[in-house]
Each structure stands twice: as C-alpha cells, then as structure tokens.
Design a protein around this ligand. Structure first.
Ligand code: FE2
Length: 393
C-alpha cells in the first residue's frame, strides 16, 4: 500500500504525535526527503509551474513582487501569468485537484487521517522566482505547505491581535474593517516580530500554518510549493445557514421588506413594527433547535469513500474470457481463486484502474481520474462493492 498520508507529511514527528501535540493550533515544521512523498511528487503535472499552467482552466491569480507596493493581485490569462511569474510575480492556483485529478485520492487520505469530511481539504500551488512570495498575512484555513522545488524563507509569528479570523487577512494599513471590529489587541502594520520564527524550506520541507498565524515567504530561486488547505466552517456560518432554512418555512419571514405593504403602508415605522413582531418570535425558532440533531447533520458524511479491500487483495483483471461470450471480467484475488464479474467488457479498464487504487476515493474521484462520466463509474464501483473487492470506509 502507498505510504502517503498524514504520517509521511508530518515527519519526523509522525501523525500520532502531530494530532496529539500540534493539530490544529500550533505551527509545525517537518523535514524529510521529498521521496517519502513519492505518491505526490510522481504526479507529472506537478513537475513544474509551466506544466500546470498548460492545463489550468481559465484565468490565473498572480501576486505582485514584494517590492511592488503599489501593485495589487491580478487575475490574468495563463500565458500572461507565466510572463509575470518570470518577472517576479507569484502564481497562486487553487483547487488544483479540479484539473490534476491524481491529487484527489491523496486529499481523501489526508481528510481521513485528520478526521475531516470529503471536500474539507483542497490543494493550492504557489510558484515564484527570487524575491517574490506571499506578503504578510494570516489565513482562514489550516495549511500544510509542502516545498516541491527550490528554497524559500518563511517567517511565522503568533497572532496576538485576534483569534479565529473569519477570512484570510493581509497586514495592511488601514486594516480590514471587519477584522478590526473584533480585534482585541493592536493590529500590526508589518510582519510581527514578537515570538516570530524564521526558517528555510527546502524540497521536502512541510510547514503547517494554523489558522490565524501570521506568515510571509520569500523565494531564493524558482520555488514551487503545494498546500493542502483544510477548510473549517464556523459555528456562526453553520447556524446562520440552519436559521435561513428554518425561517424560510415561515410565510412572514419570506416577505420582502421592500415590497411589503402593511396596514400603515410602507413607511419606515411600519416596517420597523413588522420586523419587531418577527424578531419577537425568534426565540421560539431558536428554542426549537436541538444541538444533537444539528451536530449529527453537520457532521454527516458528504460522500461515500471507498478503498480496495485488503482482505480481498485483488491482483489482476484478466481480459474477457474467450469462451464467456465477452461479457465477463475475471478477477483473481488469491492463489487459485478466480471469480467472474458480470460486467461489460468496456468496464475492464475501469475495474483494472479501481483495483489498482492504493488510496481512498469517491465515485466522482474515480470518474475524474478515469475521465468517465460519473454515471459510468458508479455502477462499476457498486458492483465491486457487492463483490467485496471494494469496501466503503
Ligand atoms: Fe497563507
């Protein structure tokens, strides 16, 4: 089986210690040879920024060099992004797994290892040349940044101004007003130095940056890095979404204030009175919410995740047997054990690919990897689950 997972990513500490001591609040720097992450570094599209730009759909976000203070982030066509990269801009690609499907099973493994859900982790790529990189900022999500090639200097510093930012925040003057509204300490005007640490990331270095931790990077040479970003939904986001669903059940809450005409017309006092009546009923709505039900719903799996059964350990798919009317796939899963799967021959490629999977996957991951419509991949997966060749995790 593949060695890929949180354990490889968090060397030399390892997954168990990482989860006990670091995750999710402490920064961490892991070092180790890049080839411990063979499953990732062997993905051809990650070989260079040029390879990625050749397949990225749509426009690309680029950040200006550190010394171009008057420039701002731009979104440009990929050819222009490459030209800007060469002149010192940083390329930032997000949801890379959408166009590099080989990343998807690697993401599933990390989600499982961290106890997260399908879709909680997404990948981002950062590419920059000398003297470029990310300006001082903190992020909303939790990032494992893996240096793939080149070196760059990181600065990390604790955030004493606010905890749990609701969005990523750039150090700026004036500061983001929404963040300033809940800050409890002085807001920095530059990368904070108190309690800061500096390190050089080399190929194979993993920097775990917790949510809210200040950080900035400068590349020393052409640098390519990939982040596994772990998203987190806030209680407030989840609850507001739930409230919206609840309030939408009420005809009164579905009124549009701008179009509502009450007995006193559409005057401000009339609207105010109407809203006051609605708000007076809000405690009943809130009182009907039950924490166990909400938590159960919010933590329900979003998709089914499959893996090849270790007990079954299928080894190969034989092409349709010559005398079996061409409608069976033969699977060997033990010494002298063969079984026939009643699958159309065109599924041989799909079965062959699925039993070779060394990492967990969803049906849509498999469809993306095999460049198949989901409705073609799903029945084959279901058949293999029925045969005990695949298991649902
Ligand atoms: Fe960041």
């Amino acid at each position: 089986m593949s060695d890929w997972g949180l354990d490889a990513l968090t060397q030399p500490l390892g997954a168990e210690q990482f989860l006990a001591q670091i995750w999710p609040a402490e920064p961490f720097v892991g070092e180790g040879p890049l080839d411990r992450l063979e499953a990732l570094v062997s993905i051809p599209e990650l070989a260079s920024v040029q390879e990625l730009l050749a397949i990225v759909p749509g426009d690309v976000r680029v950040w200006p060099p550190h010394d171009a203070k008057d420039e701002a982030t731009r979104i440009v066509p990929s050819a222009e992004a490459l030209a800007r990269y060469q002149s010192g801009w940083t390329i930032y690609l997000n949801n890379v797994e959408a166009f590099v499907p080989a990343l998807r099973p690697l993401i599933r493994r990390i989600e499982l290892d961290l106890g997260l859900h399908v879709g909680d982790v997404a990948t981002e790529v950062f590419a920059s040349v000398r003297a470029a990189g990310a300006r001082p900022h903190c992020d909303f999500d939790y990032g494992f940044n893996l240096q793939l090639s080149g070196t760059k200097t990181w600065k990390l510093a604790p955030n004493t101004s606010f905890k749990n930012p609701h969005a990523s925040v750039i150090v700026s003057d004036p500061f983001d007003a929404d963040v300033a509204a809940y800050a409890t300490g002085l807001l920095p005007k530059a990368m904070p130095t108190e309690g800061a640490r500096e390190l050089v990331a080399r190929p194979g270095t993993v920097v775990f940056v917790p949510r809210g931790t200040w950080h900035t990077t400068v590349a020393h040479e052409p640098s390519l890095a990939l982040t596994f970003a772990c998203r987190a939904e806030m209680w407030s986001t989840l609850l507001v979404r739930e409230l919206e669903l609840q309030l939408r059940q009420s005809e009164a809450w579905r009124e549009a204030p701008e179009r509502w005409v009450g007995p006193l017309g559409v005057t401000r006092p009339a609207r105010t009175e109407r809203l006051a009546a609605l708000l007076a009923d809000l405690p009943h709505v809130l009182g009907a919410l039950r924490a166990p039900e909400l938590v159960a719903r919010w933590t329900a799996p979003r998709d089914r995740v499959y893996a090849v059964s270790e007990a079954s350990a299928p080894r190969l798919v034989v092409d349709p047997l010559p005398n079996a009317m061409g409608t069976f796939v033969s699977l060997a899963d033990g010494p002298g054990r063969r079984r026939l799967l009643a699958l159309p021959p065109e599924h041989v490629r799909v079965v062959s690919a699925l039993i070779a999977m060394r990492l967990p996957f969803t049906a849509s991951d498999a469809a993306a990897l095999l460049q198949l419509p989901l409705e073609q991949a799903a029945p084959t997966i279901a058949a293999l689950v029925g045969e005990g060749v695949l298991v649902e995790l």
